[in-house]
Design a protein around this ligand. Structure first.
Ligand SMILES: [Zn+2]
Ligand SMILES: [Zn+2]
Length: 256
């Protein structure tokens, strides 16, 4: 076999018989790869640049079946970081044509995932932390018409702002600062008990639009305490003085 980059595209590779292929495959067993050496990231990148934009001739059905057979039941080892980078490099800038997307969509239509499959997807997503940048991209991807909940653009602006990513991040920042604990009654989830927490806008959302995403304008309350606050002070023109009073109430049940 020639060393270096073997360019299949300009050479007509003869189609070998199955018998010969099997023989080669037998002799290769246990070896790292065909050359017995690992390719460096630099080599891989070089090859990718050379192959970019070129189209590989399609596999024949027989070939595909053979690949599928040989892969059946085998679990691939996890990709190394280098390998992942190589793949990402090769896929960069690649866009599926509308026709291709449609084909995939058609193929997936009506397909129902088994509960086993759903559980596996759930497990693999558990505890996954996404960066703020990724979340922004994902959130833009699902805006408006692109969202499967979209009907006819009926969601009012006010509700949109309340649901958007900025709001989510604002809420999370407050939860973390307050250690997921209600700042009034000091309850928090744990020991098998789930406490529903909310973040209260000290200067309320509708009257002070400029302070909506100001981290210091939030405080973590449990659902109960939050309800009590607004029952006493109403929902408009809320301010810091009210919060101070509320936190100082010794026995708020007497005052509400
Ligand atoms: Zn509130
Ligand atoms: Zn509370």
């Amino acid at each position: 076999m020639p060393k270096g980059i073997y360019n299949h595209l300009n050479t007509k590779t003869p189609i070998y018989s199955l018998k010969r292929n099997r023989k080669v495959s037998e002799s290769m067993k246990g070896k790292k790869n065909s050359l017995g050496i690992k390719q460096s990231l630099k080599t891989i990148k070089k090859r990718i640049v050379k192959l970019k934009g070129k189209k590989r001739p399609p596999f024949s059905t027989e070939w595909r079946e053979n690949i599928s057979k040989s892969h059946f039941g085998k679990k691939l080892p996890p990709f190394s970081e280098e390998h992942k980078e190589g793949i990402s490099e090769a896929l960069k800038g690649r866009k599926l044509s509308a026709e291709h997307c449609e084909k995939i969509g058609k193929g997936n239509k009506g397909k129902k995932l088994s509960s086993w499959h759903i559980e596996r997807l759930r497990q693999s997503n558990l505890g996954k932390k996404r960066s703020e940048k990724t979340r922004k991209i994902l959130s833009i991807q699902k805006l408006g018409k692109k969202n499967h909940f979209w009907v006819d653009g009926r969601t009012p602006e006010n509700k949109k702002t309340r649901m958007n990513l900025e709001t989510k991040l604002w809420r999370e920042a407050n939860f973390f600062r307050d250690n997921f604990t209600c700042q009034k009654c000091k309850v928090r989830s744990g020991n098998g008990k789930a406490i529903f927490l909310e973040v209260h806008h000290i200067y309320n959302f509708s009257s002070y639009p400029k302070l909506r995403f100001f981290k210091k304008n939030g405080i973590t309350f449990c659902k109960d305490c939050h309800r009590k606050f607004h029952k006493f002070f109403g929902r408009t023109n809320n301010n810091f003085q009210q919060l101070k009073e509320f936190l100082e109430f010794k026995n708020e049940t007497q005052r509400i």
